[in-house]
Design a protein around this ligand. Structure first.
Ligand SMILES: *Cc1c(COP(=O)(O)O)cnc(C)c1O
Length: 433
């Protein structure tokens, strides 16, 4: 064993299973907000490494593919790849960014969900230059469209296992007809892939939010995939890889326990049964969620009979999850004397004229004051990625906890740049006449 691997094992032994919002250094976060302004995402690549290693320890024989859509900063893709994970991409854009970040084609999978023609064109081009990348198809006509474009490389079949799981109905994918082909149709399609392409296995994704409670659904999904693999094997179609998707949950509430990864791994192996194939998983959130926080500053304090409303400079355009999924994110006041102020019910509200634009509602927190800095926890996954420019609000900046830039703050000029140029506007008016 080299000194390096000893170091790695020791650092993993010391790394907690979950990083809570309270664990982030107040002074560090405060100085980053002072230097870079708010709203500001702060991200810690070292924590990403720890999360990768914990996954590798729990799933030592599995192919672990990071679902890039959770956090696509180049530095994150590099960190994850350097830690030994492959990359699962949800779009052609993510494929291009993964390859640009130095990830080899053999470690890139593109999961095609109703793939636009432009995506297929870009991915097939990328495949020509990187012939060992893998595409996962979830509809018979996606397979036809790939063949028409001359693709005959590694192709995985996404099946619909008929079970789903998730923290919110909008992220439960496993049972929805949108995703994958029915189990009954899978053998014929696998045979077709096996004839015309390089059959690279079967795939399913139950949704997001595997937790202790949801393991029954996960077990059932894996059991059905194991059964399908044995059926295909008996028909002379070796499966190679059984990809059971992502959805490994993280504790958003301060008092929720960390996911027992070893229990998930054990349940997965048991449910899979005897198969002659490699297990693959696709965690996204688990890798990056607790590696990021969002910092926002209080600009308005309003006492109402029901609660105190703290208006802040971040909202649904910065962190969409509360508005879109009713998601809970921990909130911490970083005001130096916050603990002396006493707790009140606080609603943290963004600047958009939408009732959904709340980061939390009537939550017991230290009484807010103008200028306070607040930290929002578990913002590393689907935080920056889902930010928008709604309300012509430029997207925030993101820096590492060491102050290195990950994504620069967008300017109003960036947002306005896509407006039709004056000349086009003038011509448009002439046409209207
Ligand atoms: C989104 C997605 C994932 C990752 O989900 P997480 O909840 O972030 O782990 C994995 N696989 C597929 C196909 C996905 O769409």
């Amino acid at each position: 064993m080299t000194d390096d691997t000893i170091d790695e094992q020791e650092s993993l032994g010391a790394a907690p299973a979950v990083r809570r919002l309270a664990d982030w250094d107040r002074e560090r976060l405060t100085s980053l907000a002072d230097e870079h302004g708010t709203p500001l995402y702060v991200f810690d690549p070292a924590r990403v490494r720890e999360n990768c290693r914990r996954l590798q320890n729990a799933f030592p024989d599995a192919e672990i593919q990071y679902a890039a859509k959770a956090h696509t900063a180049r530095r994150t893709l590099e960190t994850v790849h350097d830690a030994g994970l492959a990359i699962e991409c949800a779009s052609a854009g993510e494929v291009v960014r993964a390859l640009d970040a130095g990830v080899p084609g053999s470690a890139v999978t593109y999961t095609a969900v109703n793939p636009p023609a432009r995506d297929l064109a870009v991915v097939v081009d990328a495949w020509e230059a990187n012939p060992d990348l893998t595409i996962t198809a979830g509809a018979a006509d996606t397979i036809d469209r790939l063949a028409e474009r001359g693709f005959d490389g590694r192709l995985r079949l996404r099946v619909n296992p008929g079970v789903g799981a998730g923290h919110h109905e909008k992220v439960v994918t496993g049972g929805h007809p949108k995703f994958g082909v029915g189990l009954d149709r899978a053998p014929a399609l696998a045979a077709r892939i096996d004839r015309a392409f390089e059959f690279a296995g079967i795939h399913a994704h139950a949704g997001s939010g595997i937790s202790g409670d949801d393991l029954a659904d996960h077990r059932e999904l894996v059991r059905r995939l194991g059964e399908l693999a044995r059926t295909l094997d008996a028909e002379g179609i070796p499966v190679g890889t059984i990809d059971v998707g992502g959805g490994f949950g993280v504790p958003y509430r301060g008092d929720a326990p960390a996911l027992d990864l070893d229990a998930v791994a054990e349940a997965t192996r048991a449910a899979l049964g005897e198969v002659d194939a490699t297990l693959a998983i696709e965690p996204g959130r688990y890798v990056v969620a607790d590696a990021g926080v969002l910092l926002t500053r209080v600009n308005t304090v309003k006492e109402t009979p029901e609660m105190v409303v703290a208006g802040v400079d971040a909202g649904m355009t910065t962190l969409l999850r509360p508005a879109m999924y009713d998601a809970y994110h921990a909130v911490r006041s970083l005001a130096p004397e916050a603990s002396d102020r006493g707790q009140v019910g606080v609603t943290v509200a963004g600047p958009a004229c939408e009732t959904a634009d709340l980061l939390c509602e009537n939550r017991p927190l230290p009484r807010p004051a103008l200028g306070d800095l607040l930290a929002i926890g578990n913002a590393g996954a689907y935080g920056y990625e889902m930010a928008s420019t709604y309300n012509s609000r430029p997207r925030p900046a993101e820096v590492t906890v060491d102050g290195d830039p990950l994504r620069r703050r967008e300017s109003l000029a960036d947002v306005a740049r896509l407006d039709a140029p004056e000349e086009q506007k003038r011509r448009g008016k002439e046409c209207d006449r």
